[in-house]
Design a protein around this ligand. Structure first.
Ligand code: ASP
Length: 313
């Protein structure tokens, strides 16, 4: 039976979510999609709510997508910039968060380089917390918008063959995506150089392969990942030229996928490194659709979390 009531106060990771909850988010996002096409792009859903963005790591798409989503629902959005904050003066993260909480936000959206920070804030603060990316652990709203885009383009997720290729070891996107897509019944293959594959890759529930040609063969969906230089403590590939030669998605390689393959990338994209420009801009790419869908998905997440205020689990 389909679950019909959302009771969760926080969105910390895909690992916690049931399939019915994922479907609720995707279905709600479907109904928010049309707000972007209205002449006045605003609904009153979150009027009077204060939402706080705490981004301790750089972000282009995620922070602006959350901000636009909040504003489209008439919430007040306040962005905290760690670069100009008192963290630079020695204040702890928890003190900063408690001080910000004293100003009574309804939801905090947090991104941090350390895995587990959103969970820690959720345990300490009384408001709801959304994980906007924690270290290499989870990026749940990215996985939700990826799933939304796949479902929108393919009509389903169940039974699809999906390859996720690149720097899997350092990618929170790959972890959240494997968790979500396998829960929804897709078959996922993780591929990349051995030096970028975590030792527990198979335990994530995916097949693992080390050849991009093999990974792409007969796939319905190919998702490329950026090399996460900021999370690497050692050199994991000899040169960009060699990486492109052996692991980039090029037109020739793409020809091995299914005829109606779609290509995803969470961004930021490094053209000429993990993906060739003509593929990124080509007819199979749905990369900018992912970005557009991200706003509707984040509207859905904030709407559902806010709605659970009366029935928190
Ligand atoms: N934007 C995604 C993230 O924050 C992917 C990336 O940075 O490569 O994890």
């Amino acid at each position: 039976m389909k679950r019909t009531v959302w009771t969760r106060k926080h969105l910390l990771g895909i690992a916690d979510l049931e399939v019915a909850e994922i479907e609720m988010i995707l279905d709600s996002a479907d109904s928010f999609l049309e707000v972007a096409r209205r002449p006045i792009k605003k609904v009153p859903t979150l009027r009077g709510r204060t939402l706080l963005g705490l981004f301790f790591e750089p972000s282009t798409r995620t922070s602006s997508s959350f901000e636009i989503a909040a504003k489209r629902m008439s919430a007040d959005w306040v962005n905290f910039s760690s670069a100009s904050s008192s963290i630079k003066k020695g204040e702890t993260l928890l003190d900063t968060a408690k001080n910000l909480e004293a100003m009574a936000p309804d939801l905090i959206v947090v991104r941090h380089a350390l895995a587990g920070v959103p969970d820690m804030l959720a345990a300490e603060l009384s408001c709801g917390v959304i994980n906007a990316g924690d270290g290499a652990r989870e990026h749940p709203t990215q996985a939700l918008l990826d799933a939304f885009t796949i479902r929108q383009r393919k009509g389903k997720i169940q039974g699809l063959d999906i390859a996720i290729i690149g720097d899997v070891e350092h990618s929170r996107v790959a972890r959240s995506d494997v968790a979500l897509l396998t829960k929804m019944g897709a078959r996922v293959t993780l591929a990349g150089p051995r030096s970028m594959m975590p030792p527990d890759a198979e335990a994530l529930g995916a097949e693992v392969c080390y050849s991009i040609e093999e990974a792409v063969r007969d796939k319905d969906v190919v998702m490329m990942l950026r090399i996460q230089l900021e999370r690497q403590s050692r050199k994991v590939f000899p040169s960009v030229k060699e990486y492109f030669e052996f692991f980039a998605l090029t037109r020739d390689r793409l020809a091995k996928a299914k005829e109606d393959v779609i290509i995803l990338h969470p961004g930021p994209m490094n053209r000429g490194v993990e993906i060739a420009s003509d593929v990124a801009d080509g007819p199979y790419s749905v990369i900018l659709h992912q970005v557009a869908n991200g706003v509707a998905v984040r509207m859905a997440v904030m709407y559902l979390l806010d709605g659970a205020r009366g029935e928190r689990a």
